[in-house]
Design a protein around this ligand. Structure first.
Ligand code: DX5
Ligand code: ZN
Length: 213
């Protein structure tokens, strides 16, 4: 089980310090890029993510919740094992998007809203190494985990079959939901408020890991 804290719930005035405070204790970082169009919230884009990329060692999961992801995917600085994740609902040809991400040197990830059927991403599973299951409607941290996501993780695990693909789960991950998500087949757990909302982050991380044991 790998933890990928979402900086969406961190203090934006101290992003680097916030990330550094947990870096020795987690495996990846999750960046929620939002444009105020694809989702009704606005966060940060390539300039901010790139500024942090040069200061942190862990791999980045860059979750694009934006219109025209093809216009921005090649603007991110990429380190080995970084993933750029696009929504299957965003406009454009998924095949071209996958090519663009790979040309950038990133691993390719795909994701979908809770209401989108897994059949939408099934044709692309041979071309990605990361699938992000949204367990809340994308847009905001601190929402409640949608229980049906557990069936979706299990179904996705069957669909992936023998392919070498990480399943990540994003939204509402906390001490109560992380165990069931891992049991259902999740490899990477994104947690925003459960990590950065806690006064003692290390204790929060330990508690999350213990809840999977
Ligand atoms: C929501 C984002 C999530 C969010 C998760 O659109 O994709 O990554 O930060 O936050 P929590 O863990 O608080 O639900
Ligand atoms: Zn996310």
């Amino acid at each position: 089980m790998k933890l990928s804290p979402s900086l969406l719930s961190a203090d934006f005035s101290r992003l680097l310090d916030e990330a550094k405070s947990v870096e020795p204790h987690v495996e990846r970082f999750h960046w929620d890029v939002m444009d105020g169009h694809f989702v009704p919230n606005l966060t940060f884009g390539p300039p901010v993510v790139n500024a942090l990329r040069s200061k942190l060692d862990l791999p980045f999961d860059i979750h694009l919740m934006i219109d025209h992801p093809d216009r921005y995917a090649d603007r991110f600085d990429i380190h080995p094992d970084d993933v750029i994740i696009f929504h299957i609902e965003s406009e454009g040809d998924p095949g071209a998007m996958i090519d663009l991400i790979r040309q950038r040197g990133a691993r390719c990830g795909i994701t979908l809203r809770p209401g989108t059927g897994l059949d939408a991403i099934a044709p692309w599973l041979d071309h990605v190494t990361y699938v992000l299951v949204m367990s809340v409607e994308p847009g905001f941290g601190g929402q409640t985990f949608i229980p049906e996501s557990l069936d979706r993780i299990r179904e996705l695990r069957r669909l992936i079959d023998t392919r070498d693909i990480d399943i990540a789960v994003d939204g509402g991950i906390n001490v109560n939901t992380i165990g069931p998500a891992v049991a259902a087949g999740a490899d990477i757990l994104v947690a925003g408020s459960a990590v950065f909302g806690a006064s003692d982050r290390l204790s929060a991380i330990r508690t999350l890991r213990a809840a999977c044991a």
